[in-house]
Structure formats: C-alpha cells, structure tokens
Design a protein around this ligand. Structure first.
Ligand code: UDP
Length: 464
C-alpha cells in the first residue's frame, strides 16, 4: 500500500493550488538527489511539490540529504512499495533489469496523477528522462504537462548527436568512446526505450550550467531539438544546499582536513555505482602510498537496488595488509567506508584534487568547488565526461585512456596521475583553470547569475 509522509506539512493541503509539481526520479542515488534538490528550488517559489519514489528510495535519499528534514517540509513524499513476483539481481547497473523494476511504478504514479489533477489548474510532471514510460499516462489528463530531466551532462548528447550525422569537425574531442564500450546492451536498450516514448514533453531540464556547457547546450537546443522543445540548464543544484551541523561521522573527517595544508589532500571516491575488485583496490592503495600525497579515500561498494544501509558499506579487508593503520599512523591519509558529505569535503580548503569516476554530479561538485580532477571513468556517460574535463575544459588529468579500459590500472599509473595533479607545474595550471571556472559556476546560482535566471524562467513558464 502506498504511504505519504504525514509528519511533513504539506503546503498544498491547506488551499487549492493553481499549479502543482510532481517529481518522478529514477531509482538511483544521484538521480534521486538531483530531483530532490530540484524540488527544493521549485518549492522555494512556493509551489507545492510532490516527490514520488519507492519507499526504500525515498528513505535513502532523505537520510543522505544534507538539507535537514525541517527544510523538506514543503515537499510531499509519496512512498510506493515495489512488490515483485520474481526477485531481481540486486545491483543497479550491471545486468539488472532496471526496466522491470521501474515498470512497477507506472500504475501507482498514474493513480496519483489522476487524483492530483482533479484539484489543480495545471499539473506539471517533472520526470527523469529514464522514467518516461512510468509517467506516460499523463497524456490522458487534460491539465497535465511534462518535462524530462537529464541528470547527466549535455556533452555526451551533443557528441553522439553530431557524430551520428558525421559532423566531426564540430566535436572538440577525437577518439569518441563508442556507445557499445560505455553501456551494456541491456542498459542501452532501456535508454532507447525511454527516449523513444518522449514525444509529448514540453521541454527538457538539464543538470548543467551555461558557464560549463553553454555552447553545447545551444547546439543541442538549436540543432538536436531543432528549437521545438524548451530547454533549461538548472545546475548546479548542490549549491542550494545549506550546511548545518555536520554529522558526527563527517566531523572527524573535517577535523582531520582542518589540520592539513591548503590544496594538499587528494579526495578519492567513485560514486554509488562502482565496486572494485581486491586486485584494483590493492593497486590504488600502492599507487597512493608511492605518490606520497595525502589522501581521503571513500571506499564503498555500489548501491543495491533491493536494500539500503548507510552504515558499513565498503571493504577494508580488500586493502593490502596494514595499509590503513600505516597511513593513519603516518598522518598520510584515511580510508572511509561510510557515506560522507562529499560536497562539504570538496569545499574544504585543504582538498587540492579529486580522483573520480566522472559521474556527472561529482564532476559538477568538483568544478564548482574549483577542485581539479584525476579522471578514471568506468561506464555510462563517464568516459565522455572525462574527456570533457581533461581535453575540453582542461580541468583534469587522465588516470587512464578509455582504450586501456580492459587492462589493469596499475599503481604506477595512479602514482603518475596523482603526482601530476597534486605536485607538478602542469597540475598547478590545471588547478588555476579549475579555480577560475569554479568561481564562474558559483556565481551562476546567485541572484542575476545564469542558472538563477534559468530557474526564474522555468517557474515563469510553468506558472504562465
Ligand atoms: N556521494 C556522497 N557521499 C558519498 C558518495 C557519494 O555525497 O559517500 C554523492 C556525491 O556527492 C554525488 C553522488 O553521490 O552527488 C554521486 O553521483 P555521481 O553522478 O557522481 O555518480 P554515480 O553515483 O551516479 O555513479
């Protein structure tokens, strides 16, 4: 049975609203969080927002949110159980039939849209592009309209669209990673299926910022969408986050960072969709030790689709014996297996670099904090994001080339990338560019900034 969070005040229940927004995120942490942050933005304009996901995923995104619960009071959460007749493999991305799982939400979401639509002038459905099939029934409601959200960067869309029509001259990178090398067949079929159904949407919201991807956004709007769909670049959204009291787990990490020199620590994290083998973890550990650079390493397994735990999630046992104690003992670094507040860590003055899988949220967070990146992509849009960082924006170095993806990334490759980023003239220039771009991006969400104008424009459009 579906439940709603009654302990939260719902501003829409007191008086009938002319416009109500329903957010429908994909069931993956970075997508859930992006739509939750977008909910905050919309809600800050006093528009009621209904956030719809599975019971498990709502609980996950709320508990990891850096906005304390009282700041979520205007958001009305709808929790739908995912009742399956057959169990699915638990990991989200490799081989899991994500399409089978999201299908379970179509009927409850349709029922919710029907019931909300009867009390409002306009029902605005804002959904992840990968949830198009889940919201498809909005077309039967005369007062509903939908907007698709791309939680990734625009650059891959731009690159593949222009490569498909042979216009390579306009693409600023060579050696474009093939789609087949980035996505499993099953995942790519899922993406194609969701995109194919996207016909009646009024427009698209992109988790991007004109200060980062301005020209690519323009090309996508004018040539890919042919000016037929409206498009807004609403990122970065993490800048709407308010840091209150740090969690106890984070306090100790921030305390250690406080004691370090400015720009001296490398932060390492591979997001929520990567699990490393013991062999790879050992190479990373050896590479870090060889580099002599201080570090903070978040070593966690990928999120599961069927369970959620914010406790111990990584595997210290896969580290070389004695590594953790040795590093802590020498004050060289620490390995963390819990969920951390990444945005706050990246914003700390002692962080001078980020070794990342180039998930787009990590990229946006790092860029906006002016932190250069050691790019080590794994799959999906990450290989193209990595090229955007290293070859186009020039705010990062490559740990490996995509052509080497089937080879082991050795400790010496890691050592080389870390020292280039953290302790070389080239790294210094990269950091300078990252800091300049970061300053531009931070301005974008302030009043009068390019992103703030996009928010105003989107709200003006849906309340027209
Ligand atoms: N993240 C975090 N703490 C962690 C691990 C990850 O806050 O311990 C956040 C990170 O800040 C980012 C998101 O999780 O916002 C990961 O998204 P990204 O797009 O980088 O990668 P994905 O997990 O989708 O592969």
């Amino acid at each position: 049975m579906a439940t709603t969070d009654h302990h939260l005040k719902d501003s829409s229940s007191s008086s009938p609203s002319s416009v109500v927004v329903v957010m429908v995120p994909l069931l993956a942490q970075s997508h859930l969080n992006h739509l939750l942050q977008l909910s905050h933005v919309v809600s800050s304009y006093n528009i009621p927002v209904h956030y719809v996901s599975s019971t498990l995923h709502n609980s996950q995104v709320k508990s990891r949110s850096i906005n304390p619960l009282r700041e979520l009071t205007k958001i009305h959460f709808h929790n739908f159980p995912l009742i399956r007749t057959t169990p699915l493999p638990p990991n989200l991305c490799s081989g899991i039939k994500l399409s089978e799982t999201v299908k379970l939400l179509r009927e409850p979401v349709a029922a919710l849209l029907r019931s909300l639509s009867s009390n409002v002038k306009r029902l605005v459905v804002v959904h992840d592009v990968l949830m198009t099939s889940v919201v498809q029934d909005f077309v039967s409601l005369p007062n509903a309209e939908a907007y698709a959200v791309n939680c990734g960067s625009v650059f891959p869309m731009f690159t593949y669209a222009f490569a498909a029509i042979g216009q390579y001259d306009i693409i600023p990178i060579k050696n474009i990673p093939s789609v087949e090398s980035c996505y499993t067949h099953e995942f790519y079929e899922f993406i194609k299926h969701e995109f194919k159904q996207m016909k009646s949407q009024v427009g698209q919201l992109h988790n991007s910022c004109k200060a980062i991807e301005g020209s690519f956004l323009e090309h996508v709007a004018n040539y890919v969408l042919k000016g037929e769909k409206k498009i807004w670049a609403v990122g970065p959204l993490h800048q709407t986050t308010v840091f209150k009291e740090a969690r106890d787990d984070d306090k100790c990490l921030l305390g250690w960072l406080d004691k370090q020199e400015p720009n001296s620590v490398l932060y390492i994290s591979f997001g929520t969709t990567t699990t490393f083998s013991e062999e790879k973890i050992k190479e990373i550990a050896l590479g870090l030790e060889q580099s002599g650079v201080k570090f903070m390493w978040v070593l966690r397994d990928e999120d599961r689709l069927d369970s959620f735990s914010n406790g111990y999630e990584g595997e210290l046992s896969k580290l070389p014996s004695g590594f953790e104690e040795r590093m802590r003992g020498k004050g060289m670094g620490m390995v963390v297996t819990k969920w951390v507040c990444q945005v706050e860590i990246l914003g700390h003055k002692s962080i001078g670099g980020f070794m990342s899988h180039c998930g787009w949220n990590s990229c946006m967070e790092s860029i906006s904090m002016g932190v250069p990146i050691a790019a080590w992509p794994m799959e999906f849009d990450q290989p193209v994001n990595a090229l955007l960082l290293t070859e186009v924006l020039k705010v990062g170095v490559a740990v490996m080339e995509w052509g080497q993806r089937d080879e082991l990334v050795t400790s010496s490759m890691i050592d080389r990338a870390v020292r280039t980023l953290m302790a070389s003239e080239e790294g210094g220039e990269i950091r300078k560019r990252a800091e300049e771009l970061g300053a531009e991006v931070r301005k974008s969400t302030a009043e009068g900034g390019v992103t703030r104008m996009e928010w105003h424009s989107f709200i003006a459009h849906i309340t027209r």
